[in-house]
Design a protein around this ligand. Structure first.
Ligand code: COA
Length: 260
């Protein structure tokens, strides 16, 4: 794995943990974080030993406090549009073939919330706080905030978050369906890695196809979605892992999936 300036990557078994490492700036997303994060994800995509990626922020105060506001100065519409291109961390996570989990350990604001929204699962600590505060800067979310948030929690709740910029606490985020699980900060890493480890034991191709199918649900109508699902379901029948999964069940043993 390459050495990075703004992120770190470690591995625990089949799980890779990508940490945004700018704690003095509450892990704000600078352009360098986007560049290095995308580069690291490219490496993790190609690494067959990695089955699940967990993204978190360094320290105990903040997951990610949004885009690096200091970089907004001097930006024109053209340069800003070029920054938020298809190779943002948000879009790279969204289209990543392996499951990606956000381990939200504190402030999850603006681009931080958008990054968490691009992930497949979101696990947070009790001290986590969520918001889309862009409105307070005279702008709106540009990394999927208005779109992914609305699809996940519904228009009324998303609208209130985007119009007020107010923070919601972990309990509220859980009630809204923004968060899958909440744990005390001291247990967050262990609980997240337990869940990541459980998913990492499943059949990799089936994980990829399940992710694609579930994500397609909010991007299509029901008929298109059902057609896509059955196509992806059928593809599973071409894999060695499907044979292994069925044999293991019939032979009453644990399957050993190889990603083939
Ligand atoms: N971009 C750049 N720097 C940021 C930042 C961001 N989004 N969020 C925090 N920081 C920096 C602060 O400028 C400060 O740096 P300094 O010590 O060099 O002055 C450092 O991180 C610590 O933040 P601070 O504001 O002192 O901490 P706090 O506990 O008083 O407040 C927040 C925490 C999260 C409420 C506050 O930092 C904040 O509102 N951040 C901006 C959130 C935001 O609007 N994000 C969306 C951007 S589109």
């Amino acid at each position: 794995m390459s050495n990075y300036e703004t992120i770190t990557v470690e591995k625990e078994g089949k799980v890779a943990i990508l940490t945004i490492n700018r704690p003095d700036k509450l892990n704000a997303l600078s352009s360098m974080v986007h560049i290095e994060g995308v580069e690291a994800l490219d490496e993790l995509r190609a690494d067959e030993g990695v089955r699940v990626v967990v993204i978190t922020g360094a320290g105990e105060k903040s997951f990610i406090a949004g885009a690096d506001i200091s970089e907004f100065e001097g930006k024109t519409p053209i340069t800003q549009r070029a920054t938020f291109n298809e190779r943002t961390l948000f879009n790279t996570i969204d289209s990543f073939p392996k499951p990606v989990m956000a381990m939200v350990n504190g402030f999850c604001l603006g681009g931080g919330n958008e990054l968490a929204l691009a992930c497949d699962l979101r696990i947070c600590s009790e001290n986590a706080r969520f918001s889309q505060p862009e409105i307070n800067l005279g702008i709106i979310p540009g990394g999927g905030g208005t779109q992914r948030l609305t699809r996940l929690i519904g228009e009324g709740r998303s609208m209130e978050m985007c119009l007020t910029g107010d923070m919601i606490d972990a309990e509220t985020a859980h009630r809204f369906g923004l968060i899958n699980h909440i744990y005390p900060l001291a247990e967050l890493r262990q609980k997240t890695l337990e869940l990541a480890g459980k998913i990492a034991e499943k059949a990799p191709i089936a994980l990829q196809l399940a992710k694609e199918a579930v994500k397609f649900a909010s991007r299509s109508n029901l008929d298109e979605g059902l057609r896509r699902e059955v196509d992806l379901f059928a593809i599973c029948f071409s894999t060695e892992d499907k044979k292994e999964g069925v044999s293991a069940f019939l032979e009453k043993r644990k399957p050993e999936f190889k990603g083939k």
